[in-house]
Design a protein around this ligand. Structure first.
Ligand code: BJ8
Length: 426
């Protein structure tokens, strides 16, 4: 990462990044990537693509966004799974998920937000205040959403610094909520068409739906391969694939992930794995793990376990469900998009029993020996759901470990001890 860094300095300076702080961030993430990912044994060769993408995370990809914008294209940044990337693509813009997975500029953040705000929101604000995220600075428009109270109010502050559109997400899933959500999609379309000067047509939307579905299908293949024992890919590498899915070029990423899935399927047929057969298999459920949050996966896998699935937004909630592809009019496609997206099971909804069903089903399908419920500190919605998730998992005869943490390294020792004890018990 450091070698590449020198080549892009002018581009970063033009984006208004704080170069010395940005250097420090790249160095820290590069070192973390080396010690977390490159020390893993027997990784699939297909991970070379993601290693390359990560080595150029603020380089080549930003250059691509930069060139796209210079040729008249628009970049739209998003923070949540509910914002349909199909609509952004159909308007001819590029969608990038903004990361928010590392502690940054907390001193400045805490001038604006209360200390007891979840790490994801603090990180989202810290990357902006610290001027270290080129994706944010490349975004012509940010699209937020009224999910939890923390995000909703933080967007008010973010909106003072950047062009931001907030979608109102209903908190229930009745028919009238789906209709309301559909009307929010119509408003988003108007915003996107105004931004890009393009009109979303049945053709452009059908193409976008198909492209994004293809991306999700490739990730589904990777997820399915993880049901094998031995697991053909580590949880860390599989998590990285979903994290990168949010900002990489869609057709290129899909092709690379299908190649990785081919390799994993061959590994499964040949009985090749990254951990010994019989290693404790863990399903993780909970709050999303935005790039570069690899903390819990690393702890589990360094302790001898293997993470075989993630019931989270950087996991199954992102790729499991597809938008129907049969519709031929924009109106019908919007109905399909509205119902597909409102079918995501986030703890912001009430009730949210679908998430518990998903956890149990995934744990069984993936042959998990235990479930870890993961909640960021101060995330009320996921923390409150945690007791119900634990009860349901235990009732399904599976051990469960509840973890509350943040992005700091302070509790790594204590978490490792708890995870090791949990793995031994399985
Ligand atoms: S669909 S999980 S990405 S809202 S961790 S900021 S909930 S206090 S991230 Fe999320 Fe969309 Fe839901 Fe997924 Fe608030 Fe909790 Fe923080 Fe959270």
């Amino acid at each position: 990462m450091t070698d590449v860094a020198t080549d892009y300095r002018q581009m970063w300076a033009d984006l208004g990044l704080n170069l010395s702080m940005h250097d420090a961030l790249l160095e820290a993430v590069g070192a973390m990537y080396g010690s977390t990912f490159m020390t893993q044994k027997n990784r699939p060769e297909g991970m070379g693509y993601l290693d390359f993408v990560m080595s150029e995370v603020h380089g080549l990809r930003i250059k691509e966004l930069d060139d796209f914008r210079k040729s008249g294209g628009k970049v739209v940044g998003t923070y949540c799974l509910y914002v349909p990337e199909e609509l952004i693509r159909a308007a001819g813009a590029w969608s990038v998920g903004i990361c928010a997975g590392a502690e940054w500029a907390y001193d400045e953040v805490e001038q604006i937000l209360p200390r007891n705000t979840c790490a994801l929101i603090k990180s989202m604000m810290g990357f902006k205040l610290g001027k270290v995220c080129p994706y944010l600075e490349e975004a012509d428009l940010l699209v937020g959403e009224t999910t939890c109270d923390g995000k909703k109010k933080a967007y008010e502050e973010l909106g003072k610094m950047q062009n931001l559109h907030v979608m109102e997400l209903p908190q229930m899933k009745r028919e009238k909520d789906v209709a309301f959500w559909r009307s929010e999609l119509v408003d988003l379309i108007a915003k996107l068409e105004d931004l890009t000067g393009n009109t979303i047509t049945a053709e452009s939307l059908a193409t976008a739906i198909k492209e994004v579905n293809d991306k999700r299908r490739a990730l589904q293949r990777i997820a399915a391969a993880r049901a094998a024992d031995p697991a053909p890919i580590s949880g860390l590498d599989a998590l990285l694939a979903v994290q990168v899915a949010f900002y990489d070029d869609v057709p290129r990423f899909t092709a690379s992930m299908n190649a990785l899935a081919d390799e994993l399927e061959k590994r499964v047929a040949d009985g090749v794995g990254v951990a010994p057969k019989g290693a404790p298999r863990i399903l993780i459920t909970g709050t999303p793990m935005a790039l570069p949050n690899w903390k819990l996966h690393e702890i589990v896998e360094k302790a001898g376990g293997v993470v075989v699935g993630e019931e989270m937004c950087t996991g199954s909630r992102y790729y499991e469900k597809l938008v129907a592809e049969e519709a031929t009019t924009v109106d019908d496609m919007l109905d399909d998009i509205a119902s597909k997206y409102l079918d995501i099971n986030c703890a912001c909804f009430t009730p949210n029993t679908g998430r518990i069903d998903d956890v149990i089903r995934m744990a069984r399908d993936l042959g998990a020996d235990g479930v870890i419920d993961y909640a960021l500190s101060f995330c009320g919605t996921y923390q409150i759901e945690s007791a119900g998730v634990a009860k349901a998992v235990q009732a399904a005869d599976m051990p469960v470990l509840r973890i509350e943490t943040d992005y700091s390294a302070e509790d790594v020792g204590q978490l490792s001890t708890r995870v090791e004890a949990f793995l031994e018990m399985l």
